[in-house]
Design a protein around this ligand. Structure first.
Ligand code: GLY
Length: 584
């Protein structure tokens, strides 16, 4: 009581105590209280920095990339260093023998390019490669054999990016990864967990067993050191000989010997003739923001623009975030996009894809007009039921921004976690099983339940259709948000909802990535809801005719950096362990 009395007297006599006047150089309370970037109404806060930032899936590799920035490298140098480093520290998806898409923004030229380093089918591959005598798909051969491997693009893609848009030498950006491979990586919880989950597959391959298990056969545990001598030697050959260190010489010979001994298809000629494609990005406009995305053979760009175009006709903010009315519109739009995906999308170097039509506002208006705002439309009423190829959730994504305003959004993969689980002896490299992203039997489902059309059939040298969607959003002509995710077919809807959360619902990037998400991919006709969508909302959706199911979580996680008012923000969504924002 006495204390309150004293405080009242003090405030009466010295009202300035409540709000001291600001002295030169010292901000006033009102100024300090101003929340210019990070709004406290949000559920999670991003990391903050002024110089450079990488949001990635693994601490060691993200820090290697940021160290390159600290040493004066640009965002591309850092992205290439992180890409090679993940092959050592995050072997489930980081890779030398996979492929992906890198979206680059060059601040000086105000230009964006897509580097398509997606794998290609070997020359000996053909439409019915995986069909057995009865015309059934042999899933073992499709996903877990030497024939599952497509010609890898990662090394060519990273070298292409560095040579054309980086500033440092290949030796400089590879040095930390080589050191990490020889000296060993400290096993993280995420690595321990994944090695155990995929233990059976990795143990079955002699070369993989030698690397990923202790000499006594036991698992590597949190805090142990995992040394990868063979991988260190392979990276050294790449550092010394560039493309030839991988697509020729000893490395190529080891890959092809292993293929020849195991009925594999990749030849020396396949490796030597692998080509990176630099592609013009796709651009969409959504509520005044420019969204920049990869074109086919990624399907993400086409369908994110298509879905945003349709959604732009609704006032989503007024419906309330994750309300039944909002989720209903989102779901109906997703179904339309994924039905088109199964029919039209493929490698445009082989098949004409109506990209302009699919991303046009005229088409979006037509599709919007077909949506019933009260009732769910069964998928079979949108297009005849069909099966889709399974797409792995085990890709990895990282986003980079440097102090000069350059940015990189990179997604790459081996397809499944640790690819097919087969290692090329003496190289430390796992084979991808990316051939599974083709339609093994057009019209039938892939392993993720997605239907692949005739357009995505296997053809020699063709790139399989992908969902990888490295994304950038520009505000007033300047890069604002760089994002992307792993997750196969779920990538597209995860990125879409992250954009909607940030743009329509004004969430900061950390909250935008972590809010509960939904997923519908037309086939199967099932609306997946993450926990966090309320049971009441679920009941309303069911009453509208949606076939809902609560999933523990959608198997993806977005990694985002953003630039706001001159400050870099970074966030990794918590759906997967180990995500890390490195900054300086
Ligand atoms: N393998 C997964 C993807 O390309 O989307």
């Amino acid at each position: 009581m006495r204390a309150i009395f004293h405080l009242a007297i003090i405030l009466l006599v010295f009202p300035a105590c409540a709000q001291p006047p600001s002295r030169p150089g010292i901000p006033s309370i009102a100024e300090i209280d101003k929340p210019p970037i990070i709004e406290y109404k949000h559920r999670a806060l991003p990391e903050v920095s002024r110089n450079g930032m990488i949001a990635a899936t693994d601490k060691l590799s993200a820090e290697i990339g940021v160290d390159i920035l600290r040493r004066g490298g640009n965002a591309v140098d850092a992205a290439v260093a992180t890409g090679f480093a993940l092959a050592v520290s995050y072997p489930r998806a980081g890779n030398l023998m996979g492929g992906g898409f890198m979206l680059i923004h060059l601040a000086d030229e105000d230009k964006q390019v897509v580097i398509d380093y997606r794998e290609t089918a070997p020359a000996a591959a053909h439409r019915d490669l995986y069909l057995d005598d009865r015309g059934e798909i042999d899933r073992q051969r499709e996903f877990f054999s030497h024939q599952s491997a497509a010609v890898p693009g990662t090394v060519a893609g990273l070298i292409y990016a560095l040579e054309n848009y980086g500033t440092m030498s290949l030796k400089e950006v590879l040095e930390p990864s080589i050191r990490m491979a020889f000296e060993g990586v400290e096993v993280s919880f995420a690595l321990e967990y994944e090695l155990e989950v995929r233990g059976k597959r990795l143990r079955a391959d002699e070369a993989a067993r030698k690397i990923f298990f202790k000499p006594d056969g036991g698992f590597y545990r949190l805090g142990d050191t995992l040394v990868q001598q063979d991988l260190g030697n392979t990276l050294t050959r790449i550092a010394e000989d560039g493309l030839d260190g991988f697509y020729g010489g000893e490395t190529a010979r080891k890959i092809v010997d292993n293929m020849e001994a195991n009925d594999g298809l990749i030849t020396l000629e396949d490796l030597a003739s692998y080509e990176v494609k630099e592609r013009e990005p796709l651009r969409g406009n959504y509520r005044g923001y420019e969204v920049v995305l990869p074109p086919p053979p990624s399907s993400g760009g086409v369908h994110i623009i298509q879905m945003l175009n349709i959604l732009s006709g609704y006032d989503l903010a007024s419906l309330g975030h994750n309300s039944a009315a909002y989720i209903h519109r989102l779901t109906e739009v997703m179904k339309l996009a994924y039905a088109d995906r199964s029919k039209y999308l493929a490698d445009t170097d082989f098949t004409p894809v109506p990209v302009e039509e699919l991303t046009s506002m005229v088409y979006a208006d037509k599709l919007r007009a077909s949506i019933d705002l009260e009732r769910a439309r069964p998928s079979v009423d949108i297009a005849p039921g069909a099966h889709l190829p399974y797409e792995s959730h085990d890709t990895t994504h990282y986003s980079v921004m440097d102090a000069q305003g350059n940015a990189v959004s990179n997604t790459y993969t081996l397809n499944f976690s640790f690819g097919s689980g087969i290692m090329v002896p003496g190289t430390g490299m796992l084979l991808n099983n990316e051939m599974g992203d083709f339609a093994a039997k057009p019209g039938y489902a892939n392993a993720f339940g997605m239907v692949g059309g005739e357009t995505n059939k296997i053809e020699p040298r063709k790139r399989p259709l992908s969902s990888m969607t490295p994304t950038m959003v520009f505000k007033d002509g300047k890069p604002w948000m760089v994002t992307g995710a792993p997750g196969g077919s779920v990538i597209i809807t995860a990125v879409l909802q992250t954009l909607l959360n940030a743009i329509d619902f004004d969430m900061n990037i950390a909250t935008a990535g972590m809010e509960a998400r939904i997923h519908h991919q037309w086939s199967p006709d099932q609306l997946r809801l993450e926990p966090g969508i309320s049971p009441d909302t679920d009941r309303l959706l069911q009453a509208m005719g949606h076939n809902t199911s609560i999933t523990p979580r959608t198997p993806t996680c977005v990694r985002t950096v953003a630039l706001e008012n001159g400050t870099l923000l970074g966030a990794t969504d918590p759906r997967r362990p180990g995500g890390w924002v490195a900054r300086y």
